[in-house]
Design a protein around this ligand. Structure first.
Ligand code: NOJ
Length: 445
């Protein structure tokens, strides 16, 4: 095994991704907090509570990230903290974010800051949230204020995290606040997200010309369960277009294609409104056409063979590293730098995660070898955090957390990821030590 090595480009960003509501604790002024309190909404009946207690002690975890040899960290600003009432800014909340960003910089961790990561101030939710066109100017005002206040400490901004996942969960699947099931609302919300993203993009650049501003787009490999079935192929293609590509087309070419628009004209502000594209990639969903669910466009997922499926409760998702390479090479056609802004898996025992990390990084490396401009990788996530309506049932962290005691215990994957980041490479020895069965897949034998 000696001598086998996949070296990453100089300056490659090694990071972890996090989100305010999942990490900070006590985000009582947003709509997700309110949603969590209602019995039946969260799988284990838990609430985010203190989460990872980052509002008080993020720096202790920043130390851990720095000790792993990482050079960047993705976090988000919680809109409801900095703007608790419309147009009213909370200086103390901004001070805390300044302190956090300074803490990252002092530890050699370049901040990447997301402005919207699923949660909304209660006052915005009460005004109709993302279904109300007013959100475009409200989001622009919020983005402008954040950059005016924190722009000296951060240059890399993600406007909206996983817009299509948010719109689908909140407005079609009814799983997140406001719990609606309306395709029309999904379309309206998506249009508003595109316009809000574009408005924020320009507001940020006006205040910080050197900023790097991008979208963070979730992409799942939607493939037909039976490639020979025309109906399965059709369903997979529709979902791929709708949930993976339409948004990216909009914030690059400016075209709002069907069903978000006619695709004929351009929404001028959206043209070239993403300096980079952030890709969140988690796996493959083989789709079978299900006439009973045909109307929703979102149902009909099949079970994946257990040996390649994710652990409970996400058994409809397949571990599929080749999908990462596929999306990176397809995204390359937009001609901008790419970041893997999230990739990771829920695995409390850490039996599968080391192989998951190694095989996905090998897939990313193959994309780089094909000439794709991938600048960094952010593992989701550093410390187990609150997983939305899955609550505390799923553990994505490199470091395990007991939310009751706040005790942290590094998993083996933390050590593996540290070795990779420090070497800026994957070596045969690492694979041998952490996931020998993945050797062939990592080195392409
Ligand atoms: C995507 C989301 O951005 C993040 O909030 C979530 O925790 C992870 N994926 C894992 O599901």
């Amino acid at each position: 095994m000696t001598g086998r090595i996949l070296t990453f480009p100089d300056g490659f960003r090694w990071g972890v991704a996090t989100a305010a509501h999942q990490n900070e604790g006590n985000n009582t002024r947003n709509d997700f907090w309110a949603w969590e309190q209602i019995p039946g909404h969260v799988a284990d009946g838990s609430t985010s509570g203190l989460a990872c207690d980052w509002w008080n002690r993020a720096e202790e975890d920043f130390d851990r990230a720095a000790a792993l040899g990482l050079n960047t960290l993705r976090m988000s600003v919680e809109w409801s903290r900095v703007e608790p009432r419309p147009g009213v800014w909370d200086a103390a909340a901004f001070d805390r974010y300044r302190e956090m960003l300074k803490g990252l910089l002092a530890r050699g961790l370049e901040p990447m800051v997301t402005l919207h990561h699923f949660t909304n101030p209660l006052w915005l939710a009460q005004r109709g949230g993302w279904a109300n066109g007013e959100v475009v100017s409200l989001f622009r005002r919020y983005a402008a204020k954040v950059v005016e206040t924190l722009g000296d400490l951060c240059q890399v901004w993600c406007t909206i995290n996983e817009p299509s996942i948010y719109a689908a969960h909140a407005y079609v699947l009814g799983k997140w606040s406001p719990g609606e099931s309306s395709l029309l609302k999904f379309i309206r919300v998506t249009r508003n997200q595109i316009k809000a993203h574009a408005a924020a993009y320009h507001a940020i650049h006006r205040r910080q010309p050197g900023a790097q501003v991008g979208i963070v787009k979730h992409m799942a490999a939607f493939d037909p369960a039976d490639p020979a079935s025309a109906a399965d192929r059709r369903v997979a293609a529709i979902r791929d277009a709708l949930l993976n590509w339409r948004f990216v087309d909009a914030v690059t070419e400016g075209r709002l294609k069907f069903p978000f628009g006619t695709g004929l004209g351009r929404h001028a502000p959206a043209v070239d409104s993403s300096d980079f594209i952030g890709l969140n990639y988690y796996g493959r969903h083989p789709l079978r056409f299900d006439p009973a669910a045909a109307g929703t466009l979102f149902a009909g997922e099949t079970q994946v063979p257990p040996e390649i499926a994710w652990p409970e409760p996400w058994t409809d998702r397949e571990i599929y590293p080749a999908g990462l390479q596929r999306f990176l090479t397809r995204l390359a056609r937009y001609g901008r730098p790419l970041y893997v802004t999230e990739n990771g898996m829920a695995d409390a025992t850490d039996e599968i995660r080391p192989g998951f990390i190694l095989t996905h990084l090998a897939a990313l490396h193959r994309a780089i070898r094909q000439g794709v401009d991938v600048r960094g990788y952010y593992y989701w996530t550093l410390v187990d955090n609150y997983e939305w309506v899955e609550g505390w049932t799923t553990r994505f962290g490199l470091i395990a957390l007991d939310p009751a005691t706040q005790e942290r215990t590094p998993r083996r994957s933390a050590q593996l990821y540290a070795e990779i980041a420090r070497a800026n490479a994957i070596t045969g020895e690492m694979v041998e030590k952490y996931a020998p069965a993945a050797m062939g897949q990592v080195f392409g034998d």
